[in-house]
Write a protein that binds this ligand. Structure first.
Ligand SMILES: *Cc1c(COP(=O)(O)O)cnc(C)c1O
Length: 480
């Protein structure tokens, strides 16, 4: 499998890359995002033959074409098995019907940090460590989080000698549970940084580190946020998993995805490109509705981020959206690079009427404001006895507005455990959800974090300094 950047050709013609390269790099050097030059294809018969497989075997079959010979078969199976052994249930992503409504919840929050990001990051952490160990190298992860990525990434790489992780989060804008899941990890390779700014500021700071190529090379920077294609790859698996449980490949399934950076729903789009019969996707947004406005109008316009009950979706610039735009620009990396540069300076991007009509066949979108989010949590609890978190509630609400065909099962991706957002859930249902036993003492654990202004030079100085004082042999390696 060869990979290309969404902006390929915009800075000369780079050599196509393999899986290991793009996993280690995260973001492409031309500023674009990597994706496979062609999607692996599964025929109807091949998909039918996957019925009844356990999650880890299904994961192996779906992901194998993407990794090629990066890992030998036994190693790749072992990495997958170890990643998913960290989940509370061997099903990894249980699919539950909501009565006979035709709606189903796919629970993606049974991993160590209680959000869907564990599904990809538990595997990515292990793949990175394996590769770095084999190459006798060290990498530095710089990431931005609106809450859930941070803890999932930290949990995936804590205590690994091959990796240091610097995680930026917007000060005061992540929930206390989310913050503590990061800051109570006291492993020496973990560096938590509270930034005076929004999530988009954090994301811009991380991007600026990557765009400084000397800095990037000095520290072998790696991105593990959802721009890393390896995460998209691991997320493709559960779309097949749910669809197979609900009748694929003989009947289509619809998915509703509460979206922020567009990584999760893009993985569903990828599954469809690979042959999975999906009738349509519904993109759920909270009041930060840039994606919903795009699907309605074909125009993407930045505006201010407002804090909501679903902070992991408090995003204005959805980084993964560039991967979908790549297809809307007929996979022309040069015109897309121009459009993205213009978007950065003008705050507006518009696609043509034909391209818009094309995406609207496959994507619906809807937004849910704050009262409606609480009402959805209350409604799901009352009607089906299921307690859902505010992100899942956004999906639950928009799914019902966009069924299209009620005979088609609709899977709502349940992206976080309700106990991660206990205040909103308690407000909606009157009952405070309890953390699972393994996180029971989270509120009593010691925290460690640093604070920084929204200033890239201050951030780079901190990373330089921390890396200079960490393990000596690794430092020699980085300088050589
Ligand atoms: C990250 C996250 C989202 C948004 O996912 P994207 O891949 O960024 O669209 C939604 N819900 C929860 C709970 C999350 O952690």
């Amino acid at each position: 499998m060869r990979y290309i950047s969404t902006r390929h050709g915009s800075q000369g013609e780079p050599a196509p890359l393999g899986f290991e390269d793009i996993m280690l790099a995260g973001l492409a050097r031309d500023g674009g995002l990597y994706l496979p030059a062609e999607w692996p294809q599964f025929s109807k018969a091949e998909i039918a033959a996957m019925k009844g497989l356990g999650y880890t075997e299904l994961a192996f079959r779906i992901m194998r074409p993407f990794v090629g010979d990066t890992f030998d078969e036994a190693t790749f199976r072992r990495l997958i098995a170890e990643a998913y052994a960290s989940f509370e249930t061997p099903d990894v992503a249980p699919v539950k019907p909501l009565g006979d409504s035709g709606l189903h919840l796919m629970e993606l929050f049974h991993g160590p940090t209680l959000a869907f990001k564990d599904v990809a990051l538990q595997l990515l952490g292990r793949m990175l460590d394996h590769t770095l160990t084999a190459r006798n190298r060290h990498a530095t992860i710089v990431g931005a989080t609106s809450g859930d990525t941070g803890s999932a990434a930290i949990e995936a790489v804590r205590d690994r000698k091959t990796i240091d992780i610097f995680m930026l989060f917007p000060h005061g804008r992540v929930s206390e549970v989310q913050r503590r899941q990061m800051t109570t990890v006291l492993a020496p390779n973990v560096h938590n940084i509270a930034i005076q700014g929004t999530f988009d500021d954090c994301q811009d700071l991380a991007k600026a580190c990557f765009n400084d190529l000397a800095f990037r090379d000095r520290h072998a920077l790696t991105a593990v946020n959802s721009i890393n294609f390896a995460r998209v790859m691991a997320q493709i698996v559960y779309y097949f998993w749910a669809a197979l449980k609900l009748g694929a490949p003989d009947r289509p399934v619809a998915f509703t995805v509460p979206s922020g950076n567009f990584g999760n729903v893009y993985a569903g789009y990828a599954a469809k490109q690979m042959g999975l019969p999906v009738s349509h996707f519904v993109v759920g947004a909270n009041s930060n509705d840039i994606l919903a406005r795009f699907f309605e109008t074909g125009v993407m316009t930045m505006s201010e981020v407002v804090p909501t009950y679903s902070p992991s979706m408090d995003i204005q610039v959805s980084s993964n959206f560039e991967r979908l735009l790549f297809d809307l620009y007929d996979r022309n990396g040069v015109t897309l690079a121009d459009a993205m540069t213009a978007f950065r300076s003008t705050g507006t991007l518009k696609v043509g009427a034909n391209a818009l009509a094309g995406v609207r066949q496959l994507f619906d979108a809807g937004r849910v404001d704050e009262p409606a989010t609480l009402a959805a949590i209350a409604d799901c609890y009352r009607c089906f006895g299921e307690t859902i978190d505010p992100h899942t509630a956004v999906g639950y609400a928009v799914a019902q507005q966009h069924r299209r065909d009620t005979s088609v099962p609709m899977v709502v991706l349940a992206t976080a455990h309700p106990a991660k957002f206990p205040d909103a859930v308690e407000k909606a249902t009157g009952e405070r959800p309890k953390l699972p036993a393994r996180l029971g003492d989270l509120m009593d654990r010691a925290e460690r974090l640093d604070g920084l202004p929204n200033d890239v030079e201050a951030l780079k100085a901190m990373i330089d300094e921390r890396r200079a004082t960490s393990q000596a042999p690794v430092r020699a390696k980085v300088r050589s």
